[in-house]
Design a protein around this ligand. Structure first.
Ligand code: CDP
Ligand code: ZN
Length: 215
């Protein structure tokens, strides 16, 4: 029956059919081009980090690797550098390597009082080993006092010593206008976002160049 049906098709039907087939193959061609572009998309990963520590008397206040003169400091197993801890988590998140607690457990005596710059250096090394480099990071420190703005250039200089060469870093301080644990001075928090790119990755061919090559 089907064969009969086919046999009965006139020239118009055949040309319609070939038009449909030609369109379908164009769509398939376009799809495979889109898929191949997708697989050649630049290797970029984004990660976010958050941390919070108590502000207590009798501890130095270390933020971004810089000791800031203040009557209280952050409490923790390491130097409790909340800024660096959030940044480490953002980088680890981007490379899919969990979090800082997994790599440097606070029950391990080796990390007692350690400078968080050392932890950041190890995190960056891990990213490099896995084929990633930091493009940029943006960090917000949330605390009522002291003002961190005057120390930001020194922090950026310190962090740049251990971050991927050429990585751009931005740091800002923010209060919560007296609200919550950061507002009362009970503690400080930090949030970070980091963008990483795959190292030595072949540049993707753009769609425009592909079209020109075909014509
Ligand atoms: O004015 P807005 O509510 O956006 O910010 P704020 O929390 O009142 O902080 C005002 C400015 O103080 C910020 O833009 C920072 O430059 C600075 N700041 C700081 O350096 N260190 C802090 N711990 C908090 C704020
Ligand atoms: Zn921490």
């Amino acid at each position: 029956m089907a064969m009969d049906g086919m046999d009965m098709m006139d020239d118009t039907d055949t040309s319609q059919e070939s038009k449909v087939e030609s369109r379908m193959s164009k769509v398939a061609g376009h799809r495979s081009k889109v898929e191949s572009q997708r697989s050649e998309a630049p290797g970029l990963r984004v990660g976010c980090g958050f941390d919070a520590h108590r502000l207590v008397a009798g501890r130095p206040l270390v933020l971004g690797g810089v000791t800031i003169p203040y009557q209280r400091g952050l409490e923790g197993h390491s130097d409790a550098d909340v800024l660096i801890h959030a940044l480490c988590d953002a980088i680890l998140g981007a490379i899919g390597a969990g979090d800082i607690g997994r790599h440097f457990p606070d029950t391990d005596p080796r990390y007692k009082g350690i400078s968080s710059l050392v932890l950041l250096q190890r995190v960056v090394e891990l990213a490099h080993e896995q084929g990633w480099r930091l493009v940029n990071a943006d960090v917000t420190v949330i605390m009522q006092a002291p003002k961190i703005a005057p120390y930001v250039p020194a922090m950026i200089a310190r962090l740049s010593e251990v971050l991927s060469p050429g990585a751009a870093i931005n740091i800002k301080g923010k209060t919560t206008e007296g609200m919550g644990f950061t507002g009362t001075g009970e503690g400080a928090a930090a949030m970070a976002v980091a963008l990483l790119e795959q190292r030595n990755r072949r540049k993707p061919r753009t769609g425009r160049r592909g079209i020109q090559a075909r014509s």
